[in-house]
Design a protein around this ligand. Structure first.
Ligand code: FE2
Ligand code: FE2
Length: 340
């Protein structure tokens, strides 16, 4: 195993970028270089901190022991999340088309897909070992998942590499939020306090299904983080394009595959009965969070940033433009702009 330093392999050298003028090509080269750096850091962290296996590391016996405390609603919700995660094949397949021309982005999607593939298995194991579903029921469910195909056309703005990343940035944050809520719900039904007990803390893992949602949640927030960095990097070099895409993706956002999953009716009923998710929750916990992560105060600031991003000159370098929290662009020509 090679040594890592600051999450970069010790002997790794990034390609040099020629400084300005900031033509579109020069900006694309600089963007690719930044993305490579972010990906290497992400990849190093994934191997060092998130290298887990659902079959080997989850407390399956405890799931069996505590499983009968889970409510029917909780089981429907977990089953629905199993369905959503099981469309990973379609998510990766579609992204292979979108990222075919970029070796880096292709590899990033493959790594992401390998991590996502463990999540469907996680919910399968939780349902099976909690004795909430039999193996036969699970196989029937998984067969039904394959009857439908997920497509990015169901999601406005997702058809470009940047759009795919912007969508993933929001979706991963929403998924992280959902899994944290599931974890809290399971702990309550298990009769455990919301924070880990002293015993859980000392052994380094939580009880039964709570541990599965903790571990998968860490993946989801890491996914949100890498896609957020991809979007931030696009904003740095191509602010007009980036905000045009963000507007489309935010306005048309809905979670993937919810209409395709085999238990859609039961799942949505459980969501409504438990007030698990709604438009208001999405705005507060996901949309506003994402805006703040992008450095914006609120939605009014975002709309302002979109409106004025369209008017930014094409040849601005990344050091010549900054975005305030209120959505105002400040342009200063610290470097000579390109003349061609
Ligand atoms: Fe996932
Ligand atoms: Fe994810």
């Amino acid at each position: 195993m090679p040594r890592f330093k600051n999450n970069l392999p010790v002997k790794f050298h990034l390609p040099e970028i020629v400084k300005g003028p900031w033509t579109r090509e020069a900006k694309q080269r600089a963007l690719d270089r930044d993305l490579l750096e972010h990906y290497i850091e992400y990849f190093g962290r994934a191997l060092e901190n998130r290298n887990w296996s659902p079959w080997h590391h989850f407390p399956l016996d405890e799931m069996r022991q505590w499983g009968n405390r889970l409510s029917a609603e909780t089981v429907h919700l977990i089953e629905g999340f199993l369905g959503v995660e099981e469309y990973v094949g379609d998510y990766v397949l579609e992204s292979m088309n979108i990222f075919r021309e970029s070796r880096l982005r292709r590899n990033m999607q493959l790594q992401w897909g390998a991590e996502e593939a463990k999540h469907g298995v996680s919910w399968e194991l939780v349902l099976k070992h909690s004795l909430a579903r039999t193996e036969e029921q699970l196989n029937t469910y998984l067969d039904k998942v394959r009857n439908f195909r997920w497509s990015p056309q169901q999601h406005p703005g997702m058809e470009t590499p940047l759009g795919f990343s912007a969508y993933a940035m929001v979706q991963e944050r929403a998924t992280y939020f959902n899994y944290q809520e599931m974890r809290a719900r399971i702990r309550e039904e298990y009769g455990l306090p919301s924070a880990p007990t002293a015993e859980e803390t000392s052994r380094g893992s939580e009880i039964g299904a709570s541990e599965a949602f903790r571990v998968v949640g860490i993946d989801e927030v890491a996914h949100h983080g890498i896609f957020l960095r991809v979007v931030q990097t696009h904003i740095k070099y191509f602010p007009s394009d980036a905000f045009e895409t963000l507007k489309k993706v935010f306005d048309g956002f809905q979670m993937p595959s919810l209409s395709l999953i085999p238990n859609a009716r039961h799942f949505l009923r459980a969501v409504n009965r438990t007030n698990f998710y709604s438009g208001a929750i999405h705005r507060e916990k996901v949309h506003n969070f994402v805006l703040k992560a992008l450095g914006l105060e609120d939605n009014a600031a975002f709309e302002k940033a979109v409106q004025f991003a369209r008017k930014l000159p094409e040849n601005l370098g990344p050091d010549s433009v900054t975005l305030s929290r209120l959505g105002e662009w400040v342009v200063g020509y610290s470097e000579a702009p390109a003349t061609s």
